[in-house]
Write a protein that binds this ligand. Structure first.
Ligand code: AMP
Length: 395
């Protein structure tokens, strides 16, 4: 696996695919700069070598050129974080971009305009990728968040750098962390899958059964398993058409020697709102008119034991409706358990969508071993797919 550490960038221009798809407020201020911070080590290494950096990214989902999605809005924030006055060019390809890249001196940084102002980016257009390739001597992919897309800047452009392409520090760290779970996990390995729906995680569950010793199925997903086994789930979220599949997953798990843990009790609410009435129920016996919205105290205790016996942990998906204070306790308790296990030497990876939001919101981000920067990319990796953006560098 070739990374930026294997290349001396002195006198070279690195064309770096970063993920600067950051949230902006109504005055176009960056409200969360995590993704820019995450790209900093790669950019700094290149500049310190005596190279220059040409940064390319998408922002939002523009339909053609739309000022609100211009990357010009983030130039000051990027400059502040990198510690260099970043130059900006109002197109990512063409004469203007080529001139700006050509005049870039060692130690300088150029940010290109939003890649998705051109339809060709998402189409993975080869001619467009070739135009991008003119802007650097080395191609560096440091955007895990888009590595599952075969877009021009994430995948196709790599073919124009057969001998001079590599992973950035962030993407390399994502690959290494995933490997620690999927290939080299110290036993016992535990996967915790929560969230709303079984259907969005089926392929993940099926792939992960070959890699883990324990599987916790929590959150909204668990009710499909409970109902399939004959439990009474009241008004809890359930995918009736996935009941058979749930039973099949349990059968597969048994055959593979994976111990499956499903909540034994829940916090049930009489309304899907923060000030609903609540009661603790046996998960198999939720009264009509009530729905399970969080893991109950016995389940939290049970999961704490499993977590603290594990040496490798993957966490994807909350244990309850954590967006509402009243239903966030189970997810917070799980975060505490994982933080504690991590302190005692367990490797813990949190990734994929809402669990990342949850660990950030509840302050666990620096108490776990690694928080992934990719939602969809993380899920596809866990499904066992080789991501096109990663394959393009390895080829
Ligand atoms: P996912 O994107 O599949 O990881 O699902 C995350 C969502 O699942 C969050 O928005 C949670 O509010 C939701 N969720 C978790 N537990 C439950 C539950 N018991 N009932 C309804 N939604 C839930």
């Amino acid at each position: 696996m070739k990374t930026i550490q294997d290349i001396n960038f002195e006198g070279k221009k690195a064309l770096i695919r970063v993920d600067f798809n950051v949230p902006l407020d109504e005055n176009f201020n960056v409200t969360d700069a995590t993704r820019i911070q995450a790209a900093k080590p790669t950019i700094i290494k290149i500049l310190e070598d005596g190279g220059a950096a040409v940064l390319m990214s998408h922002l939002g989902r523009p339909k053609g050129v739309e000022d609100q999605f211009s990357l010009k809005h983030i130039v000051d924030t990027v400059s502040e974080i990198i510690g260099v006055s970043v130059k900006f060019v109002s197109n990512c390809v063409g004469a203007e971009a080529e001139a700006a890249a050509a005049s870039l001196q060692p130690g300088e940084v150029l940010l290109l305009e939003n890649l998705r102002f051109h339809d060709e980016e998402k189409k993975g257009d080869v001619a467009f990728a070739e135009q991008l390739s003119k802007l650097g001597d080395v191609y560096v992919n440091d955007a895990f968040g888009t590595a599952h897309r075969a877009h021009a800047s994430t995948t196709i452009v790599a073919q124009f750098f057969p001998e001079s392409k590599c992973f950035g520090a962030l993407l390399a760290q994502e690959i290494v962390s995933l490997k620690k779970i999927l290939e080299e996990g110290e036993k016992p390995v535990l996967a915790i899958l929560g969230g709303a729906k079984v259907s969005s995680k089926i392929t993940v569950i099926e792939n992960i059964l070959d890699k883990v010793d324990h599987l916790i199925i929590g959150g909204g997903m668990s009710f499909t398993f409970i109902k399939a086994q004959g439990g009474k789930i009241g008004q809890s979220i359930c995918e009736d058409d996935k009941q058979e599949l749930a039973l099949d997953i349990l059968k597969q798990a048994k055959a593979k020697g994976v111990q499956v843990h499903i909540p034994v009790d829940v916090i049930a609410a009489d309304d899907f709102s923060n000030d609903a009435n609540t009661q603790v129920c046996d998960i198999n016996n939720i009264p009509d008119g009530w729905e399970g919205v969080d893991a109950g105290p016995k389940s939290r205790e049970l999961f704490d034991k499993v977590v603290n016996q594990s040496k490798t942990i993957l966490w994807n998906g909350p244990l309850g409706v954590f967006e509402m204070d009243a239903f966030s306790k189970g997810t917070i308790a799980l975060g505490n358990s994982i933080a504690n296990a991590t302190k005692n030497g367990t490797f813990s990876l949190v990734g994929g969508g809402d669990s990342v939001a949850a660990v950030k919101q509840f302050g666990f981000a620096d108490k776990v071993s690694y928080v992934s920067t990719g939602g969809g990319a993380m899920l596809e990796s866990l499904e066992g797919k080789t991501l096109p953006g990663i394959e393009a560098i390895l080829k």
